[in-house]
Design a protein around this ligand. Structure first.
Ligand SMILES: [Zn+2]
Ligand SMILES: [Zn+2]
Length: 827
């Protein structure tokens, strides 16, 4: 009697069994090599969506594979549980943020369990509980002690919808990253973290992040924005004061024909104060400031400016230069003032043309020696200096060194480095966040809450009306507190922390979630850290991933960890789309995991979401695809049922198989598949091609099945290959495989069963020679396995040293691949 595939029963049965035996419980074991597999923890919005399923399914396969390979695997999960949506729910639906959050967590936890992920639930972390955020406060106080947390009045990005401040990183195209409302500017007292102290290390640390996607590193690099150059003082012509500028091109200084200040520059107002047109100019400055604050991205704006009527002196040439104020200079970068060199800077060039300011060529291409007539655009390259006093005839590169040295000697300048990255503003005027643990005392000023008084707990009874300002301000019992120093009545800070604070160190907390003396236990952290594989969405390329790196370095400086970098290996998974768009309620193209699990089971969903494309690429949902995976699972089920007798009467000679069968094509295929699946999971995380190989193995088993059943040794081989099939498929469709494994007569769960190994001789693939052409010309060749993955072939071709030389860093326009034969690179 064949059993039918009842996925609901099977999945529930094994989820309970794993729970009961603590199958995924992890503890430190110095005898074993650890593997820390981490997926970015979810925000408890209410439901697990398809993007989560994909993210966690990838981590799950890798964790399960590593366990079978004998690693000591830690695979934790938790909740990024503070933040605005909970508070918005309170305002709109009248439910307390805590209640809303905890019930969402309960629901989502249940959803995750139904998907059968291999989490160590004993390590669950929930950032909205005081036992977690207490340590946010502890870390904040450590930063305060070391001068890394400070308060200052500043212009901030303000989201009128969320009614709170946003960090620069949270403003996307002038809009709030969360609700897409247009951001406005406000001046407020704010708490900042001095991430700029770590700017250089955050940049140089990239060197060890070889296993990060190149584009993520580039995004971070641009965000940090390091420029090497010089600060130069330009004295004012009729005053003892001077204007400091930063330039990366001091070699062009003889071509500087005017200075430009940002409208926000402290001197801007002063310089126009005795002008006849004072009022008009003042209005212009104010309008420009308002405008500038709205758009930080200067790309497309028409350049506008005003002449202050004042002059400065070029310290190199001694020439007088007019001082302008213009809307294309930002206060946030450098000093808020620039020397304009229209001949050698395109923006200055456009501005000079518009206002008929002089353009003076001082750099010429190295192959020419005479000064050129001004062209129709700026010459921005390095070259030879001309009309540059004693520096004429020098090359840009050496002149940059010498001129900075000269400025230093003469006392009007110095070599310097500037960064684009700003300190991280963490104050939020919202309730549902970690209270910033400080008090304001009339006598003592800013006083940190003593460590022994932590946590500062969020009061529960708060009114949510959606008015401006934090609801905490109205809770008198919270706001009024005694000064820890002088015991006089003081006022408690009512700002809460940006929730990115919480996620900057949660991966440490997982290593010792019960620790109650410090944020985490350093021994446990040193055993588990760094995270061996971090999987998550690319939308976190700059926000979370820079903050987390910063925190890791700070915690290292506190002596709590030896790790320099928390995530040496980052896998950024692609989006889940349907009908060409990201799944969203407004597009009406959302597929709910619960519905799919109900209809097909978790095993089918997990298999499909990993099968359709490699993890880093976009995944396009289609209903036919899931049907296909469902059928495949049924076939596997049926194949085992049809041969279930083989597992009931094993005799010794059958178990060993016969010599003549050793090199049969199925045996070879089996060993090749073990090799391919292992490598796909391990090396490139190409889980999709791993699944295809498993499907191919199944096909061959199916083709040969009837024939094999005829002989004793054939039956042994059939049995062995069915077992292998189940082992290989088990990280993907784990419940199904556990059930089949049990039916095959195994007593212990698959989770800790060793991963099958392969015989390299049997697994050796046939090789082909791939010819590599560049623009149709033969430029190289290499050996590859037959039917090797297309991406892998292209990668190998591009990696040949001869090809690299020919490309010289440029990106190919097109790469054509003719299977098993040739790669043609078009440049
Ligand atoms: Zn918003
Ligand atoms: Zn005091």
């Amino acid at each position: 009697m064949k059993k039918s595939y009842k996925f609901k029963q099977i999945e529930e049965k094994w989820q309970k069994a794993w729970d009961k035996e603590g199958a995924f419980h992890s503890c430190e074991d110095p005898q074993k090599t650890k593997f820390y597999c981490l997926e970015m923890y979810p925000y408890p919005s209410g439901h697990i969506h398809m993007g989560h399923v994909r993210n966690y399914a990838i981590g799950d396969v890798i964790s399960r594979y590593k366990i079978m390979k004998g690693f000591n695997v830690i695979h934790p999960i938790g909740w990024d549980a503070l933040g605005m949506p909970a508070e918005n729910a309170a305002i709109n639906q009248g439910v307390h943020p805590q209640k809303w959050t905890l019930s969402n967590i309960a629901h989502m936890k249940n959803q995750l369990k139904k998907l059968g992920f291999s989490y160590d639930w004993a390590r669950e972390v929930n950032t909205c509980l005081p036992e977690y955020y207490k340590w946010n406060q502890w870390i904040f106080l450590k930063m305060l002690d070391r001068g890394l947390a400070y308060r200052k009045k500043s212009w901030v990005n303000w989201c009128p919808q969320c009614r709170t401040v946003l960090a620069n990183e949270q403003v996307v195209n002038e809009a709030c990253w969360r609700c897409e409302t247009r951001v406005v500017q406000k001046e407020m007292q704010q708490w900042f973290l001095r991430i700029t102290d770590y700017a250089e290390e955050l940049l140089s640390g990239h060197e060890v992040l070889e296993k990060w996607p190149e584009y993520v590193l580039l995004m971070q690099k641009n965000w940090i924005g390091k420029s090497t150059g010089a600060h130069i003082n330009f004295p004012l012509a009729d005053s003892s004061r001077s204007i400091e500028v930063f330039t990366t091109r001091i070699d062009t200084i003889y071509g500087a024909t005017f200075l430009v200040l940002s409208p926000e520059h402290p001197l801007s107002q002063e310089l126009i104060s005795d002008s006849e047109q004072k009022e008009i100019l003042k209005d212009w400055i104010e309008k420009s400031i308002a405008d500038l604050r709205l758009r930080r991205d200067l790309g497309e704006t028409e350049k506008e400016g005003i002449d202050t009527g004042k002059k400065a002196i070029n310290p190199f040439s001694g020439e007088k230069m007019p001082i302008w104020i213009a809307n294309y200079v930002l206060m946030e970068y450098g000093t808020g003032a620039i020397m304009a060199v229209p001949a050698h800077d395109q923006r200055d060039f456009e501005f000079a043309k518009k206002y008929s300011l002089p353009i003076k060529v001082v750099i010429v291409p190295e192959e020419r020696t005479a000064a050129e007539e001004e062209g129709d655009k700026a010459f921005e390259d390095y070259g030879l200096l001309v009309v540059s006093g004693p520096f004429s005839g020098k090359k840009s590169v050496e002149a940059i060194e010498e001129m900075a040295e000269y400025a230093k000697e003469k006392g009007f300048g110095r070599k310097s480095v500037v960064y684009r990255i700003r300190d991280w503003g963490i104050s939020r005027q919202r309730y549902w966040g970690t209270p910033i643990p400080v008090l304001y005392c009339q006598k003592c000023g800013i006083v940190g809450v003593p460590y022994q008084d932590l946590p500062v707990v969020l009061p529960y009874d708060v009114e949510f009306k959606g008015e401006e300002g934090s609801p905490l301000e109205k809770v008198e019992s919270f706001v009024k507190a005694a000064c820890p120093k002088c015991r006089a009545q003081a006022r408690r800070e009512t700002d809460t922390m940006d929730t990115f604070f919480d996620s900057s160190w949660y991966y440490f907390r997982y290593t010792s979630p019960q620790e109650d003396k410090q944020p985490f236990n350093p021994q446990a952290a040193d055993y588990w850290l760094p995270v061996d594989l971090y999987i998550g969405g690319v939308e976190h390329a700059i926000l979370h991933l820079i903050y987390a790196r910063f925190f890791c370095k700070f915690l290292r400086d506190l002596g709590l960890t030896a790790a320099d970098e928390p995530f040496p290996h980052l896998l950024a998974q692609g989006m889940v789309t349907k009908d060409g768009f990201a799944m969203s309620k407004s597009k009406g193209n959302v597929v709910y995991p619960d519905d799919v699990v109900k209809k097909y089971g978790a095993d089918t969903l997990r298999l499909f979401i990993l099968f359709a494309s490699p993890p880093e690429k976009e995944f396009a949902w289609n209903d036919k695809g899931i049907e296909g995976c469902f059928r495949f699972i049924h076939r596997i089920w049926a194949a085992v049922q049809e041969n279930i007798d083989l597992f009931k009467d094993k005799t010794k000679d059958e178990l060993e198989g016969k010599k003549e069968e050793q090199k049969s094509s199925l045996r070879i295929k089996m060993h090749q598949t073990i090799k391919k699946v292992s490598e796909d999971i391990e090396r490139r995380y190409h889980l999709n091609t791993a699944i295809s190989s498993i499907m191919e193995l199944y096909n061959q088993i199916k083709r040969e099945m009837d024939e094999l059943r005829k002989s004793k040794s054939g039956r042994a081989l059939l049995r062995e290959s069915l077992e292998t099939l189940v082992l290989l498929l088990s990280p993907f469709s784990s419940h199904l495989c556990e059930e089949l494994w049990e039916m095959m007569g195994h007593k212990s769960s698959l989770v800790h069963t060793p991963w099958p190994s392969f015989d390299p001789d049997l697994a050796r693939e046939e090789k082909v020679t791939i010819v590599v052409q560049v623009n149709g010309k033969l430029r190289g060749k290499f050996e590859a396995e037959v039917d090797l993955d297309e991406d892998q072939v292209k990668e190998t071709a591009l990696g040949l040293s001869r090809i690299k030389d020919l490309l010289a860093g440029q990106k190919p326009r097109k790469i054509v691949y003719v299977k098993n034969k040739l790669v043609n690179i078009v440049i």
